[in-house]
Design a protein around this ligand. Structure first.
Ligand code: G16
Length: 547
């Protein structure tokens, strides 16, 4: 890069640039402040020695501000000395596609512009996260350093070059750097085809008896789902709904759960419901699986994928091990025990699976927060989970409900629910957790109602690969019958606090599998409310979202 093309801009630190569970997420208006994005990107680039001449992958979920941010980052990448940047056409790339591209093209790393399932638009959220050369989210060691840099930053470097036409496929020179605009779907679709039995799924879809509906929620997976489900697998046009990515997600909240994916839920609850329903979130890494009038919890979905993995060509060799985040139900633990493979418990956050996957200790992993994935990438992967389910159905020729009920019969049912109290005063939420923390030593050995407490602690994780320790990862209260309550604060919100309460109860007896989930968990819900004192402290009689 000709030196005079690089401008050094003086700046001062912002004090709120600490990355959360998954990158830096803030209101769009926060990112639009002069120097805000640039400061964070420079703080990141300053942690990346050895990037000169290397390849970066860059794309986002198409939310408002995606296109502007990409132009800024390209100019800063040129100033940093990257040799090449791969950008999805129109600046679009799903999170799993970025992971796929980093791995396939051995890139130095990738930047994903997304606030995931958070709403978009000028009044919505924006976000930025960095993935390292293994294709996975940056580990805490790196994000902590980025944060420290944001506190000390005095300048950033940016190239004085014109904007790149993001809609034109092919190579564009930006000073000495090449910007390669690529088809966002092709590499990812090829990877999916190598993992699943596309012929068998095509037969299932073309026979015309099996119907499905996929809701892309006007977010990033629209183009991927059209290309894979409709074009490659032969599902009829119209199978994918809300398939055009929009900067404000059509005014919706692109979070695939029973509350926010209402349109799909209504379709799947109708008398004429399709056989299979699925949805993905803003950046395409989450999934929700539905049958006719039937919801599969993400924890059960992970367990069912693990139990049926051998039906998919990519997993025919068997699983090395599995992992789940701590608050995720222990349904997959049962499967691991029956397969005789290890099961790891990690803190919330996909980044914690990276070392286990890289070290070959696990093949599948997942979280209660509607995420599952495998060693094919280093991100959770929404469409992958959908294709995995279709692969299983194409082989077993059973409905989603039959597959799930059979699974419960064999392994027992883990009644599971998460209660979210969104928009809570941060101070009160911290106080609730601090009080619970104080009471932990006195809870163990006590009885609460009919339940004897056998575990009361705050989860701390020692990574079995690099020995790094992550503390304060959620308050756990376990009972003698295996039931559990977990309390933690969300690390992905952009305003106020969200208190999450995770509830789990194991029921081995098939005669009791038909209970309603909230009814089955009623005891635990009462205990959780009493212990936390939410009603007295906030006046709230119930959660904002139940999943
Ligand atoms: C992110 C992380 C997930 C995590 C989820 C919820 O997902 O990648 O690992 O489970 O947030 O985190 P929290 O409970 O702290 O809000 P996504 O889809 O938002 O990137």
């Amino acid at each position: 890069m000709v030196r005079k093309m690089i401008r050094t801009v003086a700046t001062t630190p912002f004090d709120d640039q600490r990355p959360g569970t998954s990158g830096l997420r803030k209101k769009v208006s926060v990112f639009q402040q002069p120097h805000y994005l640039e400061n964070f990107v420079q703080a990141l680039f300053d942690t990346l020695p050895g990037a000169r001449g290397k390849t970066l992958v860059l794309g986002g979920d198409g939310r408002y501000y995606n296109d502007r941010a990409i132009q800024v980052i390209l100019k800063m990448a040129a100033a940093k000395g990257f040799g090449k940047v791969l950008v999805g056409r129109d600046g679009l790339l799903s999170t799993p596609a970025v992971s796929c591209l980093i791995r396939k093209y051995r890139a130095f790393g990738g930047i994903i512009l997304s606030a995931s399932h958070n709403p978009g638009g000028p009044d919505g959220d924006f976000g930025i996260k960095y993935n390292t050369g293994n294709g996975g989210p940056a580990p805490e060691k790196l994000t902590d350093q980025v944060y420290r840099n944001t506190r000390e930053i005095t300048r950033y470097l940016i190239a004085d070059v014109p904007d790149v036409p993001l809609g034109r496929l092919g190579n564009h020179a930006l000073g000495d750097m090449v910007v390669s605009i690529i088809d966002p779907v092709a590499d990812y679709a090829g990877l999916m085809e190598s993992l699943f039995d596309f012929d068998r799924i095509r037969d299932l879809l073309e026979e015309g008896v099996f119907t499905l509906c996929y809701d892309a929620m006007h977010a990033i997976t629209g183009p991927y789902a059209h290309a894979i489900l409709e074009d490659r697998l032969g599902a009829p046009p119209g199978t994918v709904i809300n398939g055009t990515p929009l900067p404000d997600f059509g005014g919706g909240h692109p979070d695939p759960n029973l509350t926010y994916a209402r349109e799909l839920v209504e379709i799947m609850n109708a008398l004429s419901a399709p056989d299979f329903g699925a949805a993905s979130d803003g950046d395409g890494d989450r999934n929700m699986i539905l049958g006719k009038r039937f919801f599969v919890t993400p924890s059960d979905s992970l367990a069912i994928l693990a139990a049926n993995a051998a039906l998919a060509p990519g997993y025919r060799e068997g699983l090395k091990g599995v992992a789940r985040s701590m608050p995720t139900s222990r349904a997959v633990d049962q499967v691991a025990a029956s397969l005789g493979i290890p099961c790891y418990e990690t803190p919330t956050g996909w980044k914690f699976f990276g070392n286990l996957l890289d070290a070959g200790k696990i093949t599948l992993c997942g979280e209660e927060s509607f995420g599952s994935g495998s060693d094919h990438l280093r991100e959770k992967d929404g469409l992958w989970a959908v294709l995995f389910w279709l692969n299983i159905i194409a082989h077993r020729r059973l409905s989603v409900e039959q597959i799930t009920r059979e699974h419960w019969q064999r392994h027992g049912r883990h009644f599971y629910s998460r209660h979210d109290y969104e928009g809570m005063d941060t101070h009160i939420a911290m106080e609730i957790l601090a009080d619970l923390r104080d009471r932990l030593p006195r809870l163990k050995g006590r009885r609460i109602g009919d339940h004897g407490v056998v575990l009361s602690d705050e989860f701390s994780y020692t990574d079995p690969v690099d020995g790094s320790v992550s503390e304060h990862q959620g308050i756990r209260i376990g009972f003698e019958d295996g039931a559990r309550i977990v309390f933690r604060l969300s690390g992905t919100g952009t305003s106020a606090a969200t208190l999450r309460i995770y509830l789990e109860k194991y029921e081995p007896d098939p005669a009791r599998h038909d209970q309603d989930t909230q009814a089955a968990l009623a005891d635990l819900i009462r205990i959780a409310n009493e212990l936390s004192g939410i009603l007295a402290r906030t006046g709230r009689g119930g959660p904002t979202v139940i999943t």
